[in-house]
Write a protein that binds this ligand. Structure first.
Ligand code: HEM
Ligand code: CU
Length: 639
């Protein structure tokens, strides 16, 4: 009974629903694939929202002396644009792939803590809503995405704006930390037999490094935020200079988190690209070990460069020199990856499908961002560039050119596995080229307006300073970028319903996730496979490609039909119950706990409306609900 290569004869069941249909099944799901899908749809929404905010910014800056928005509105726009793109779009888009892919790539049926996984998602959605809704009432965070104190303390920011930012980030931090512990436990404990660490797909490896960055970096910003929260709500003086506070305390704490954060944003995209390039070059990744070690090295060195964001604060020559050297050093493992990807394509049988276009787009655009990054590592050069549009250009080349291009490639690549259908290749090609051109039109001119002295975060500017043309080009580019994103949205929504049906192995890839149906059943594998090399599926289908890769004896792969999913003519697959596979119950407790947690923080806002009693009632009441739900959750059976 051949089950892997055969093209399916029936339409795939609705995305990963196998017997679970209706809103309630989504609200109570603890299935990592469905939670991954929820992250994907939600984070794409926030990406579009952050893009609209960027569109407003570029509309305001298209011409000198415009007043489409006020200075205050502009402050809220760039703060929420940056905060949304970093915490509500790119991080959750990566979490969508962590959730959907990691168990499938390591040969597991789920993550270690399915209910905690659902809890992370609901805390993210409610925390994101908590931070986003205030922009409709003119109360959105307005202190920039790095919210420097003492500017964000009460004497300088007395409105609710910064309260929403401080508490919103705390809430999102809880979601990320819970997820990080979940994935670390999953990767260490739930790998299939034979799936040794140095056989794990690169995406899972980069995700593994990212989880450690999360649990090591987030405490720094958590402390910084707790100090700020206490200063704002309880009158402490952690950032009060007159009381002897260090004026740089916030900056050091924020960037000890902030720089590793940029690797939290880019490494998942690097992982996705490392899955796409071998598949469409039809040869294994060049220098797998080196790619893994350079990822670990980036994670490690990433904690030693933070003060390169502070070259203009007067730390002194010694500190500047040390951080300049460590920053230059981190360019090495990053560069190694670029060369390994190029070497992977070298001599390959390249197929330029949409995922491959975006992967190659990342290599080209990220390299441009990387080069300006090396320029910033020199303190004298950085003094000219810091806080100008040159820096804005730099981080958009690494974050849009890097993270977003990699994630878009990952969506085109894994859409067939998630939905059972392909995205349109023609629309994908249009989307890629219009994005590639529009992205360069938007951000490349910023290098020049920045070099000509245009500061970031100004809401308007006088004509005749040499910035006019560059700003107009950037804004035209942004308009084009919005149109190209529209092509993507149409392709995504249309293909979910009517895209070409995809087989298990949609692209001829070599890793485990492509050996099971598209979309996978809730139990993933009927039998847990035994893995004998880095590309188990190529061992079966293209052994010539893995001939040069170490195999454990016996030199035959053991992904037999046994582990594939028995076919059920009418539904296409047997259910977990039919196969006697215990699966966790759906439950609403994670959502209730998340709602209680977010309400707990929201209650504090009433203190700044001088309604102390209301604040305490809401905060203590929801804290009690949170603890009660946690007790019910921890004392109820999982399966
Ligand atoms: C969709 C296309 C995008 C456009 C047109 C765009 C445009 C801009 C512009 C013009 C600014 C500078 C605002 C100023 O300093 O006054 C800005 C800031 C920023 N952008 Fe984007 N951006 C886009 C996508 C992204 C993406 C994908 C990210 C990813 C994380 C991102 C992250 C940021 C951050 C962190 C800031 C700094 C905000 C601050 O100064 O507090 N942007 N963006
Ligand atoms: Cu940095």
């Amino acid at each position: 009974m051949a089950t892997t290569a055969a093209t399916p004869t029936f339409a795939p069941p609705a995305a990963a629903s196998y017997g679970q249909t209706g809103i309630w099944s989504w609200i109570t799901t603890v299935d990592h694939k469905r939670i991954g899908a929820l992250y994907l749809y939600t984070a794409l929404f926030f990406f579009l929202f952050g893009g609209l905010e960027a569109g407003m910014i570029r509309w305001q800056l298209a011409l000198p002396n415009q007043h489409i928005v006020t200075a205050e509105q502009y402050n809220q726009l760039f703060t929420m644009h940056g905060t949304t793109m970093v915490f509500l779009a790119i991080m959750p888009l990566s979490a969508a792939f962590f959730n959907f892919l990691i168990p499938l790539q390591i040969g597991a049926r789920d993550v270690a803590f399915p209910r905690l996984n659902a809890f992370s998602y609901w805390v993210y959605v409610l925390g994101g809503t908590f931070m986003t809704v205030p922009i409709f009432f003119g109360n959105a965070p307005n202190g920039g995405w790095f919210g420097y104190a003492p500017l964000t303390t009460m004497p300088y920011s007395s409105g609710l704006n910064i309260d929403f930012w401080v508490m919103g980030l705390q809430i999102l931090g809880i979601s990320s930390l819970a997820a990080a512990f979940n994935f670390i436990t999953t990767i260490i404990n739930m790998r299939a037999p034979g799936m040794t660490l140095m056989r794990m797909p690169v995406f899972t490896w980069m995700s593994f490094v990212v989880q450690f960055l999360l649990i090591l970096a987030f405490p720094a910003i958590t402390i910084a935020l707790v100090f700020l929260l206490f200063d704002r709500f309880f009158g402490t003086q952690f950032y009060e200079i007159a009381a002897g506070a260090d004026p740089l305390l916030w900056q050091h704490l924020f960037w000890v988190f902030g720089h590793p954060e940029v690797y939290i944003l880019i490494l998942p995209a690097f992982g996705l690209v490392s899955e796409i390039l071998p598949t469409f070059s039809r040869k294994p990744l060049f220098g797998y070990n080196v790619v893994i070690y350079s990822g670990i090295m980036i994670g490690f060195l990433g904690f030693g460069v933070w003060a390169h964001h502070m070259f203009a604060v007067g730390m002194g020559a010694t500190a500047d020199t040390v951080f300049a050297l460590t920053t230059m050093l981190i360019g090495v493992p990053t560069g190694v990856k670029i060369f390994n990807w190029i070497a992977t394509m070298w001599g390959g049988q390249i197929r330029f499908a949409a995922p491959m276009k975006f992967a190659i787009g990342l290599i080209a655009l990220f390299t441009i961002g990387g080069i300006s990054g090396v320029m910033h590592s020199s303190p004298p050069a950085d003094l000219q560039q810091t806080d100008t549009y040159f820096v804005v250009a730099h981080f958009h080349y690494v974050l849009f050119g890097g993270s977003i291009m990699g994630i878009l490639g990952g969506i085109y690549f894994y859409f067939p596995k998630i939905t059972g259908r392909y995205m349109s290749e023609t629309m994908g090609t249009w989307h890629f080229w219009t994005t590639f051109i529009a992205m360069n039109l938007t951000f490349f001119p910023m290098h020049f307006s920045g070099m000509l002295g245009m500061p970031r975060r100004i809401y308007t500017y006088d004509a005749g300073q040499g910035w006019d043309t560059f700003n107009l080009i950037s804004s035209i580019g942004t308009a084009m970028l919005i149109l190209s994103t529209l092509i993507f949205v149409i392709n995504f929504l249309k293909s979910r319903k009517s895209g070409a049906i995809a087989p298990n192995d949609a692209w001829g890839a070599g890793t485990l996730e492509w050996s099971i149906p598209s979309p996978p059943p809730d139990y993933n594998f009927a039998e847990i496979p035994v893995v004998t090399s880095r590309y188990p599926l190529w061992d079966l289908k293209h052994p010539e490609r893995t001939a040069g890769i170490a195999h454990s004896a016996p030199d035959i792969m053991t992904i037999t039909d046994a582990h594939a999913v028995p076919v059920h003519e009418e539904t296409g697959h047997k259910t977990a119950a039919e196969l006697g596979i215990p699966m966790p119950f759906n439950t609403v407790k994670p959502l209730i706990a998340a709602a209680a947690l977010v309400t707990m923080f929201s209650g504090l806002l009433f203190m700044h409306k001088d309604q102390f009693a209301v604040a305490m009632t809401i905060t203590i009441g929801s804290a009690a609900l949170f603890v009660g739900t946690l007790y019910a959750w921890l004392t109820s059976p999982l399966e």
